[in-house]
Design a protein around this ligand. Structure first.
Ligand SMILES: Nc1nc2c(c(=O)[nH]1)N[C@@H](CN(C=O)c1ccc(C(=O)N[C@@H](CCC(=O)O)C(=O)O)cc1)CN2
Length: 302
């Protein structure tokens, strides 16, 4: 029997309805979630992604600002904008669309974003929070992969998960999230000599390499869950992932398609992080107010 499809569009819709409910409550309490999206340059794919992010914000009742700059924007000017947004109380999340033009140091830009507003989860501090199991923001793509796996109903405890790819934004955080869910995790990468030796032992495979046909049917254990993070083009120019979908579908128990799997979840988890950020601000404000109203009266004034 072919594998069951894990539908990222459908799961996104469910999660976005939940996010919209939280946003409505926050807005009623005076804390409408706000996301700032910054795009530098004219990369056509990035233009589509930022447009989709702004639309997604409107759909769930967030306030959003889109700041578009020419490719020759200076690094100093971008850092100044981030500083202003860090101090803007209507903004709970700041997202700088990647990739940035080459003259701008991406790490410097990412580290300039206040950790409390790093809804992409890309900064070193956010990564540290993930390592230490602290409640920071998780990078959206691996966070979305976890939700997709969770939707299968399979408990990861004691399962063997293999992550193919070791990028800071997908592979490494993915491995940590799987580890937090009590899986036994192996990370494979471009220097792994025989990938199939590892993937054939895996109950869950997450492919995040950026090369099509990296995972073929002969490399998959029957009944495995396969998550495809790749976004590549085939010879006909059609979008495809890292997994040979047609072949692997005959072996796996669950599989994500490309398009329609991990991609839509990336934007959904960005919304999730942003609503969570607004929630934390509201919680902190309440804490502060509670402390003020709960204060012992100054002697002689009561
Ligand atoms: N600051 C960030 N930059 C980038 C991120 C990110 O998470 N934060 N991720 C990617 C791009 N990206 C979001 O920004 C993104 C990529 C793909 C999709 C998506 O829905 N893909 C669709 C297919 C789209 C198509 O037809 O071309 C799918 O897989 O179904 C959403 C978001 C790099 N930059």
């Amino acid at each position: 029997m072919p594998a069951q499809l894990i539908d990222g569009v459908q799961l996104s819709q469910q999660l976005r309805a939940e996010i919209a409910g939280r946003a409505a409550k926050l807005t009623a309490a005076g804390q409408q979630p706000g996301l700032a999206v910054i795009l530098v340059g004219e990369d056509p794919a990035s233009q589509v992604y930022v447009r989709n992010k702004v639309k997604a914000c409107a759909d769930v009742g967030f306030h959003s600002v889109l700041e578009k700059y020419d490719a020759d924007l200076t690094e100093a000017a971008l850092l100044a904008r981030i500083d202003a947004l860090n101090n803007d109380p209507t903004i709970h999340g700041i997202l700088v669309q990647m990739p940035l033009p080459r003259h701008i140091n991406s790490s410097k830009v990412i580290e300039a974003i206040a950790t409390a507003k790093d809804v992409d989860g890309y900064s070193v501090l956010s990564a540290g929070e993930l390592v230490a199991n602290l409640p920071g923001f998780r990078p959206c793509t691996p966070y979305g992969c976890m939700k997709l796996i969770e939707s299968t109903g399979v408990d990861l405890r004691g399962k063997h998960a293999v992550v193919i790819g070791r990028s800071n934004t997908v592979g490494k955080p993915m491995a940590l999230l799987l580890l937090q869910a009590n899986a036994t995790v192996t990370i494979c990468h471009s220097a792994t000599p025989d990938l199939g030796v590892y993937t054939r032992q895996a109950d869950v495979v997450v492919a995040a390499v950026g090369r099509r046909n990296t995972l073929t049917a002969d490399m998959v254990k029957p009944g495995a869950i396969v998550i495809d993070v790749g976004m590549n083009r085939d010879d006909a120019g059609k979008l495809c992932g890292d997994v040979d979908f047609a072949g692997v579908r005959e072996v796996a128990s669950h599989i994500t398609p490309v398009p329609g799997g991990v991609g839509p979840m990336t934007i959904t988890m960005l919304l999730m992080n942003t609503v969570e950020s607004a929630d934390r601000v509201l919680g902190k404000n309440h804490e502060r107010l509670g402390q003020v109203s709960g204060m012992a009266p100054v002697p002689g004034t009561a």
